[in-house]
Ligand binder design. Structure first.
Ligand code: ATP
Ligand code: MG
Length: 569
């Protein structure tokens, strides 16, 4: 492609609303343009990068034996009624009516549609296993679309669905996908981890997320230094817990004055104890009902664990004014002793002895609180987030924490959808059975953003070679000089004839802006027809990632670069 002919609007200005680097660079580099909140057009360069991801995904899905299909993006509400998700899915599902007043939605995912295909088209165990996938636009009316391609409302997903005769078969299908995902993200040139994950709203029993490691990731991962354990903190279970003050004899419960001490740290400092001596009491709306949640003062509630423990669909922390207006309780001084509403406690709280907790009265706490004696929670369980004081739940080793961007998610679904939608086949024993399903997603457009979050510097993007829209950029620094043009054209033709993706910067621009644009766009190899060409007839090769340069003759450049690219892919 010739730069002069390409719609490639680069800019020095960072868009004000772009909070993360991938968003900034994708806009500055002319890869994407916003249509409206959470919806983007892929301009030519952006679409090339997207297709690099798509190609890898498609090749590896096909290699793993999955079959590509394409389902409609608009889905009838009836199917969602059947699965029970019409009610459950919440406002991310964009619902609307057609001219006949029938319900429809834009597909955020396709379990219903694909299960409908299965029940119509697969009758016998002889047809199984089957894995069907598509690469298609999804719509989710996200509450906070942000970070450019990372969290859109409309985005490109690869979604696959497996159908098996039994659980053992489903496990095998799952493993095949797990391996395919490893191959996909390795081939993309990304530093990633597969972690144990919560199954979320899609349901099911077992799942892994594939996380690209990057500081801007919205997820936190816990990784064991000694064994292969890695999990999303939403999932990581607390298996061993201890309370090192459990030896104390129980003291009397006393009410004490703690004026202005609404924070755990403040109360602890005032009473000269560690924050871990304090019971933290937080109020949440759990499926709209106010509930108190207790954790030790040095811990953090993990909302997903809390949600799972209670089988809730929605949990929202209550604000201070809501707590006062609705319950007449003073936030900052809440505690479980004599508490009027439902109380849910982290398991660790039950081992606390002579703890401090709010007295449900402004400026007052209790000291000497003993769980079991002074209060009895309605529910106890594992609901706090794992932290640096914890050991690996699998081997007891040291834990590390890292931020990650979820680019893929695989689930074992079981028979939830097939039971609900009566999707059955006849097994070898003659019995009608429900398909055992799995589902497997990749955020194809998010992968482009994640690659940039992981690979950039102050000058711009540093594309991993497999995802780079162009592998080589040729800078012609003398676009008005016949010799420069001939040399550049020769390189361009030569490299393209070897199948490389080449951008020829033939614009009539200053060298400085050509260098800047080349760095911004993150093309892995840059060839400059410039000063050295003038003097010696040779060109400079520069590697974007390392900054290493070499000087090559026109003859050797072609074969040398072809070799470099092919051995790196
Ligand atoms: P998240 O927790 O980020 O909302 P999810 O659990 O809702 O993701 P899945 O339903 O498993 O995601 O979808 C499969 C993949 O689609 C995800 O792993 C992610 O890479 C991608 N994805 C999900 N939501 C979005 C979005 N709003 N914008 C871009 N990609 C997305
Ligand atoms: Mg989501």
């Amino acid at each position: 492609m010739r730069y002069s002919r390409m719609l490639l609007p680069t800019s020095k200005e960072t868009p004000a609303e772009a909070e993360v680097v991938s968003h900034q660079l994708l806009v500055r580099g002319g890869f994407i343009r916003k249509l409206t909140s959470g919806m983007y057009t892929f301009l030519p360069l952006g679409y090339m990068a997207l297709q690099k991801v798509t190609d890898i995904v498609r090749q590896e899905m096909n290699r793993a034996g999955a079959q590509e299909i394409l389902m409609p993006m608009v889905q009838p509400g009836d199917l969602w009624q059947e699965s029970g998700r019409w009610q459950k899915y919440g406002p991310e599902l964009l619902r609307f009516r057609d001219r006949h007043d029938r319900d429809y939605c834009l597909g955020p995912t396709h379990e219903e549609v694909v299960t409908d295909i299965a029940r119509r088209e697969m009758q016998s165990y002889r047809q199984l296993p089957v894995n069907l996938y598509q690469i298609q636009t999804k719509f989710r009316d996200e509450i906070r679309p942000r970070f450019g391609l990372m969290r859109c409302r409309e985005f490109v997903m690869k979604d696959a669905y497996s159908f098996d005769v039994d659980d053992a078969g489903a496990s095998q299908s799952y493993e095949i996908m797990r391996e395919a995902y490893h191959r996909i993200f390795t081939r993309c040139g990304l530093d990633f981890r597969a972690v144990e994950a919560d199954s979320g709203a899609i349901g099911g029993s077992f799942s892994h997320e594939f996380m690209v490691l990057a500081e801007t990731g919205e997820d936190t991962l816990v990784i064991c230094s000694s064994c292969s354990y890695a999990a999303n903190v939403e999932k990581a279970a607390i298996t061993a817990y201890s309370s090192d003050f459990s030896q104390e004899p129980p003291a009397d419960l006393v009410r004490i004055e703690t004026p202005g001490m609404k924070k755990v740290e403040k109360v602890a400092e005032f009473l000269k104890v560690q924050p871990r001596k304090v019971i933290k009491t937080l109020l949440y709306y759990i499926d709209k009902a106010p509930v108190a949640v207790l954790v030790r003062g040095d811990r953090v509630v993990q909302p997903v664990k809390l949600k799972n423990l209670l089988g809730a669909t929605d949990i929202t922390p209550m604000e201070e004014d809501q707590i006062w207006e609705q319950l007449r309780l003073p936030a900052g001084y809440l505690g479980p002793v004599g508490f009027p509403l439902q109380v849910v406690a982290d398991q660790e709280v039950m081992d606390m002895v002579n703890a401090i907790a709010g007295a449900n009265e402004k400026g007052h706490h209790y000291n000497g609180v003993n769980p079991g004696r002074d209060f009895q929670p309605d529910i106890t369980g594992d609901l706090r987030q794992i932290d640096t004081s914890d050991r690996c739940p699998s081997c007891g080793g040291d834990l590390k924490f890292k931020e990650g961007i979820e680019v893929g998610h695989i689930f074992k679904l079981g028979t939830g959808y097939s039971d609900a939608m009566h999707a059955t086949f006849q097994d070898s024993d003659g019995l009608e059975k429900s398909f055992v399903m799995g589902c497997y997603g990749i955020g194809v457009s998010r992968v482009v953003a994640a690659a940039i979050e992981q690979n950039h510097d102050s000058k711009g993007i540093i594309f991993p070679l497999p995802l780079a829209p162009f592998q080589v950029i040729i800078l012609n620094l003398g676009p008005k000089d016949e010799r420069y043009c001939q040399a550049s054209e020769r390189l361009y033709t030569d490299l393209r004839s070897h199948g490389l993706d080449v951008l020829l910067d033939d614009r009539d621009e200053r060298p400085g802006s050509k260098f800047n644009d080349a760095d911004l766009l993150g093309i892995p190899y840059r060839l400059t027809v410039g000063k050295i060409f003038e003097k010696e007839g040779r060109v400079e090769l520069r590697v974007r990632k390392t900054g290493v340069t070499e000087v090559l003759t026109l003859e050797e450049t072609g074969p040398y670069l072809v070799d470099l690219v092919q051995s790196a892919l």
